[in-house]
Design a protein around this ligand. Structure first.
Ligand SMILES: Nc1ncnc2c1ncn2[C@@H]1O[C@H](COP(=O)(O)OP(=O)(O)OP(=O)(O)O)[C@@H](O)[C@H]1O
Ligand SMILES: [Mg+2]
Length: 333
């Protein structure tokens, strides 16, 4: 259990973190999202004890780690496995030697290092790459080496600062799957600092949005996405591809996050009273489930001749409708 309590960090007279409180239970994944400059990395440095907060506390399993000095501080740092945006691997050392580095610093014997490294590489799916040099690995594989090294000292929690931001979507997904698997296996608490909503959609149990050093919104992912007033909920909707559209009428964005909206709602729109297929055109649609809640977003082109009751028909089905564009005859020409 990690408890961040009223954490404030000032650099000179600039307040970069302002009264931040968050907690992460064992086996829970918390995603912290926010724009550039929001204070995410500063938070991650305070929570990994690389930076001392101006005030407030970070407790790990009930123990306040923020005021520690010397050997105790070093021990506290070892209890956190940190995964960085680019794994800081030593170029001239093999994969196995990189993973074993923290154990080597601690003075472990060669035999015990070898045993532990073999097990860790197996866990991250790199059992057959132990003798490779970092340059021989892909970005995702390097990140796996970084994760294995972060686990070397058996940390009680993992902290990742933008660990997937340089990776393509498929690799990001596989790294997130690995983290989620490690969480299940070791009951680890994981804090994922990210600017990618995809990360939240894929694996977070809870989410916090930070801006200007303050937590603007936080809660379980379920609660947040079902909250119609939440700005974060809107950001969590699947991306809406923009589609070229020629014609007259309006373009509506239809979105929802609900346990009630049937998954086949899209096919039922043509069942609206008085509507014909030609009057509603689905320009794009994406639907997915986040923590078992169906969330979706679609763009519909609505012909001027569509019946007036169509919007009410959609709203009665729990869908949120906004007009994003109105095409007149002139602009459509
Ligand atoms: N050591 C420092 N001294 C002074 N100001 C700092 C220091 N570290 C960070 N800051 C300032 O704190 C603010 C937050 O920085 P931080 O790196 O935490 O943001 P971030 O949310 O991680 O941004 P990004 O998404 O770009 O990584 C920035 O305005 C930055 O200039
Ligand atoms: Mg940062």
């Amino acid at each position: 259990m990690i408890e961040i309590e009223n954490l404030t960090k000032r650099f000179g007279d600039r307040t970069v973190l302002d009264d931040v409180s968050l907690s992460v239970a064992n086996g829970e994944i918390l995603a912290v999202v926010g724009p550039s400059g929001a204070g995410k990395t500063t938070l991650s440095r305070c929570v990994s004890f690389l930076e001392r907060p101006t005030s407030g506390a970070v407790r790990v399993d009930g123990k306040d780690f923020t005021r520690l000095e010397g050997a105790e501080l070093l021990a506290a740092r070892r209890s956190v496995g940190v995964i960085f945006q680019t794994a800081p691997l030593l170029r001239r050392r093999t994969v196995a030697q990189n993973v074993g580095l923290p154990l080597e610093y601690l003075g472990a014997t060669d035999g015990s290092i070898d045993k532990r490294v073999t097990a860790l590489l197996e866990k991250v799916g790199l059992g057959d790459r132990r003798d490779d040099l970092p340059a021989q690995l892909s970005g995702g594989q390097k990140q796996r080496v970084g994760i294995a090294r972060a686990l070397a000292l058996g940390p009680s929690y993992l902290l990742s600062d933008e660990a997937t931001s340089g990776l393509d979507p498929a690799t990001t997904k596989s790294i997130l799957e690995l983290l989620s698997h490690l969480r299940d296996e070791f009951g680890l608490s994981i804090i994922l600092i990210t600017h990618e909503m995809e990360v939240v959609r894929e694996i977070a149990d809870s989410v916090a949005r930070i801006d200007g050093g303050r937590i603007i919104e936080s809660g379980s992912v379920d609660d947040v996405i079902l909250d119609p007033t939440s700005a974060l909920a809107r950001e969590l909707l699947p991306d809406r591809p923009s589609v070229p559209f020629r014609g007259t009428g309006e373009i509506w964005e239809v979105s929802y996050a609900s346990r009630e909206v049937p998954l086949d709602w899209l096919t039922s729109i043509h069942a609206a009273p008085g509507i014909s297929g030609a009057q509603v055109n689905v320009l794009s649609a994406s639907v997915e489930a986040i923590r078992g809640v169906a969330v979706g977003r679609a763009l519909l082109a609505i012909a001027p001749s569509a019946p007036a009751g169509f919007e009410a028909f959609l709203r009665e089905r729990g869908l949120h409708v906004t007009t994003v564009d109105v095409r007149s005859k002139e602009t459509a020409a």
